[in-house]
Design a binder for this molecule. Structure first.
Ligand code: IPD
Ligand code: CA
Ligand code: CA
Length: 265
């Protein structure tokens, strides 16, 4: 398999889905929103985008299985496509411009290809293993900021699982007082890509799924950043918690999150 060629095909597929999402946004009616669970929204746009993506991915690499958000397909193999057909649905349905298509290829627990297409700004981020990270064809790298005091942090607020809220708020309080600020962008895939290209310096969130982080995390790593779970280990893909930062902040930021979440493991 040629990962570079495959990445180009996946970019094309992500952009086609993005084009569909963009045109639906023009005519989108809020009455089409369905509620999957507390604060967990979906519409025909997410589901149709996923169907389009799954059908095309199955053609370009039929050996791979699928782990997808909207359940249009489910079978896992050694290789798996991990797909979020519309990351940032809440932004999308409210008309806030940051939502993305996220497609990753996993091989035996490791992500080897990732594409995030942020539809509203027409920004396509991608990476494949050992190939570097790119934004619209230009190589990107994480920032070089080495202190939290000069950093901008991205996070996602808990929206339906509040079991670790106390720890979350302790990290949040520290960051409010000791950084340039905190951003809630509303799409985890975009949070990670914004870290990869140096717009923000660190990101953490709990209760994310594999499809939220798979592609973005590889893009961060290929841009020179670090990704761990809240114990600074490697269980971030399926472990529902992620810390990501530039390499220089790994110690200060990682230890802060680890320390506060010891209270609510
Ligand atoms: C959501 C976004 C958001 C994060 C949520 C996710 P969705 O994904 O990534 O930033 O905070 O927890 O569920 O539902 O829009 O695909
Ligand atoms: Ca998502
Ligand atoms: Ca989604």
């Amino acid at each position: 398999m040629n990962l570079q060629d495959l990445t180009q095909q996946v970019i094309h597929i992500a952009k086609e889905a993005g084009q569909f999402i963009r045109s639906e946004r023009q005519i989108f009616n809020y009455q089409n929103v369905e509620v999957k669970g507390l604060n967990d929204l979906v519409s025909y746009v997410d589901k149709t985008s996923e169907k389009m993506i799954v059908e095309k991915l199955a053609n370009v690499f039929p050996e791979a299985g699928f782990i997808v958000e909207e359940d249009t397909k489910s079978d896992t193999k050694s290789y798996n496509w991990i797909v979020d057909p519309l990351d940032g649905t809440t932004n999308f349905v409210h008309g806030i411009p940051c939502y993305a298509v996220s497609i990753a290829l996993e091989y035996q627990g490791e992500i080897i290809l990732g594409v995030v297409y942020e539809v509203a700004q027409d920004e396509c981020f991608w990476a494949y293993k050992n190939g570097g990270a790119y934004l619209n064809g230009q190589k990107v790298q994480v920032s070089q900021r080495k202190n939290l005091s000069e950093s901008l942090i991205a996070t996602g607020f808990p929206i339906y699982n509040f079991s670790r809220l106390d720890s979350y708020l302790q990290v949040f309080t520290h960051l409010m007082k000791n950084t340039h600020g905190i951003r809630r962008i509303g799409a985890a895939a975009a949070d990670l890509c914004y870290l990869a290209c140096g717009r923000v310096d660190a990101f953490f969130e709990y209760n994310l799924n594999a499809w939220d982080v798979a592609a973005g995390a590889l893009i961060v790593k290929e841009a020179g950043g670090q990704v761990t779970d809240f114990t600074l280990q490697n269980n971030w893909l399926f472990g529902k918690e992620i810390i990501a930062s530039n390499a220089l902040l790994k110690g200060e930021f990682g230890c802060l999150v680890q320390e506060k979440f010891k209270l609510n493991p």
